[in-house]
Design a binder for this molecule. Structure first.
Ligand code: SF4
Length: 335
């Protein structure tokens, strides 16, 4: 059965009109889903029974079920969802002082095979539909008030752009959740043609680009998908995004001990990003037992940051959250 959350408001109006009901019913239904967060058509109260019965026969409002919620000692919550076809995905609620950020998945598994990422080891299962992405948010927001959304969970969001875009548009619809796009960040390894397309569209979310390495030779080993889009093209197109949208780009850089954490790597970054308005987030690798990668020593991490700051780049070190429940960056494996 099709999930009603796959439809934006104009599409819902069209469906309702075709069934012979007044258009304003669409707005009522939208409010029940996105403001009152009902996940069952039966719970929608103020619409005609005939319309409700027709909807119950043809549509659903539930595409995920919560299998498990784990809570870290730092308050991070990892939610394991089951999809109707048996695939599994994860979302993470990350607390930071009073605010909560929801890290959301856009695909089941991922085909990009980044060497340091647990999701990459699963391989690609399938793209999530808009309704599934939206339901991650709705179910998480029934647990906690969500202040920010980041597309940094399982999957490469720009390889499922149609559905991610639709979910973002529905999140931010003033008749629905009214969640400002400026509180949403989409993180990508750099899918050049899609970044170009987004830059030309009228969207207002933030873009984060995962650099991983400062040269193609190393990046090809760590992010095999990069062979399609060399670093120079990725940086050029993110500069284009920055100019068109006037939005500051965030570059993420996962620090891997002895691989990309040298002074030379830091200096190379300052050269390749020259002239781009950006900030840099350093993400020390979240080491897992048996991983071939290690977290750099604290001294190296701070030295790396110092070089970038001295060259004029706002540079932050991401605090580890949820490591004990494998909820940190690069650890999501749908377990
Ligand atoms: S880092 Fe992102 S793009 Fe790379 S394998 Fe993991 S989920 Fe996919």
């Amino acid at each position: 059965m099709e999930d009603l959350k796959n439809f934006n408001l104009p599409e819902l109006k069209k469906i309702i009109k075709e069934k012979g009901f007044e258009e304003f019913r669409a707005k009522q239904i939208f409010e029940w889903i996105y403001k009152k967060k009902v996940l069952n058509i039966e719970d929608i109260k103020n619409i005609p029974n005939k319309l409700k019965d027709e909807f119950i026969k043809k549509y659903t409002l539930s595409s995920l079920n919560i299998i498990k919620i784990q809570e870290s000692k730092d308050g991070t919550k990892k939610i394991l969802f089951g999809l109707l076809d048996g695939n599994k995905i994860e979302s993470v609620i990350i607390p930071d002082k009073e605010r909560k950020t929801l890290c959301i998945s856009s695909q089941a598994g991922c085909g990009c095979a980044c060497a340091f990422c647990a999701t990459g080891k699963l391989g690609f299962k399938r793209n999530l539909k808009a309704a599934e992405i939206i339901e991650e948010f709705l179910r998480a927001s029934l647990l906690e008030k969500i202040d920010n959304i980041v597309f940094m969970g399982m999957g490469e969001p720009l390889l499922n752009w149609q559905n991610v875009k639709k979910a973002i548009e529905i999140f931010s619809d003033k008749d629905g959740s009214n969640f400002s796009q400026t509180r949403i960040t989409v993180s990508t390894i750099g899918i050049v043609p899609v970044i170009k397309k987004i830059a030309d569209e009228n969207l207002r979310f933030y873009l984060a680009v995962s650099l991983v390495a400062a040269n193609d030779n190393l990046r090809w080993k760590l992010v095999p998908f990069n062979k399609k889009y060399p670093l120079k093209e990725i940086i050029n197109v993110s500069g284009y995004y920055n100019k068109k949208t006037k939005k500051e780009i965030t570059y993420e850089y996962v620090l891997l001990k002895g691989i990309n954490d040298s002074e030379n790597d830091a200096k190379e970054i300052t050269k390749i990003l020259k002239g781009i308005k950006c900030k840099i987030n350093l993400i020390p690798f979240n080491a897992k037992l048996n991983s071939e990668f290690k977290r750099p020593d604290e001294k190296n991490i701070l030295n790396f940051q110092k070089i970038l700051i001295e060259n004029g780049y706002k540079t932050f070190i991401r605090k580890e959250k949820g490591t004990d429940i494998s909820a940190a960056c690069g650890q999501l494996a749908g377990e």
